[in-house]
Design a protein around this ligand. Sequence first.
Ligand code: PMT
Length: 408
Amino acid sequence: MPNSSPFLGKRVVLGVGGGIAAYKSVELMRRLVDAGAFVSPVLTAASLKFVGATTFSALGSERARISLFDDDDPIPHTSLGKQADAIIVAPATADLIARYAAGLADDLLTTTLIATRAPVVIVAAMHTEMWQHPSVVDNIATLRRRGVVVIEPEVGRLAGGDTGVGRLASTERVLAAVEGLFLEGRGLLLGKKVLVTAGGTRESIDPVRYIGNRSSGKQGIAFATAAARFGADVTLVCTIAPPDEPGIDVVEVESAQQMFDAVSTRVADGFDLVVMAAAVADFRCKDVSPIKIKKSQGAPQVVLEPTPDILAYLGSVKPKNQILIGFAAETGELESEARRKLKEKKADFVVANNVLEHDAGFAVDTNRVTLVYDDSVLAFELDDKRHIAIKVLSFVAEWARINGVWPK
Ligand code: PMT
């Protein structure tokens, strides 16, 4: 378990509703415990028709509770809710959602939900017809209005052989949402507008082939997600599938020119922070063939021309109160190349990574970055790309406030 796990030492109440997806919350509980959380399982009477309390007692941090009237603890509904850092309800059935929205408190889980001040995450799962019923739609809207985080069901196979929207969201999605709640510095970018680019551009040779690079978009998406969870209003210009994250407005592009167009038409939107994590092609084909080049014609002579440099453009039009972060993907001298790019492209920070390392740079989940700015250098240890994004954004936001770029 990494020391930097945001779940470390957090007290989580895992409420389990009476739906077939209840068996999946066993895995959710195990993952939360593995990540360092102290998990108290609370099962509804209906959930016991699908799963056993013994399983949750064995895998949770303490025994599963099913009753309001507990022998050891005379008031479990308030003690559980008071101590919790978060409450997750998975699966949340139509009935449970209705009772929570109506403020009913007739069992341990609903009573705990009403008694707590901790953030609540509802992971809905039910049949499509139920999920789309106006009463459920209204109840979900009510809970959202009260600040409850609702994780909507996914499309897939449902009980009884049906297919449609209704499946419990993946454990990864739930963990990501809860992680967002535990993020230190929530609100760090509240009210800020952030533009992030992510992924590698593709430059067409013909309708079939392109020149590309190895960027998966993971590092850029990590920045967009972290910024959104820090409270920013995020625009993500990307060449890859966007994240399923609230607060991110996605613009999908393919080539360097399209990325330039998407960014340059939005520069007037008043971004407080721009993060150029995309791997933008430096060159594109001068003449793109409108039809597939035939192999029988022999190897084609591809003539290249430079693409617009988006970061340099952003540096040339940068307003006073904007922070511009560029990246440097290097295979040799890291710091001096990053510093050259910092100066030439008029960025405030350059995040440099050595893309030859097996655990850093392109496509892997981890990165080892060096932040180059002013006359200073700050090296971050190897970490998950999501944590790298959190650390860099925290540092940059602090720097922007101390240096008066952003008001304190
Ligand atoms: O996407 P992942 O698989 O997670 O990998 C992450 C990453 C390695 C792609 C990322 O960490 C990274 O280094 N991104 C920048 C890649 C790159 O294009 O580096 P560069 O040194 O070639 O470019 C320097 C800077 O200029 C970059 O901010 C780049 O976005 C920008 N640039 C480059 C060319 C161009 N025509 N326009 C630009 O804006």
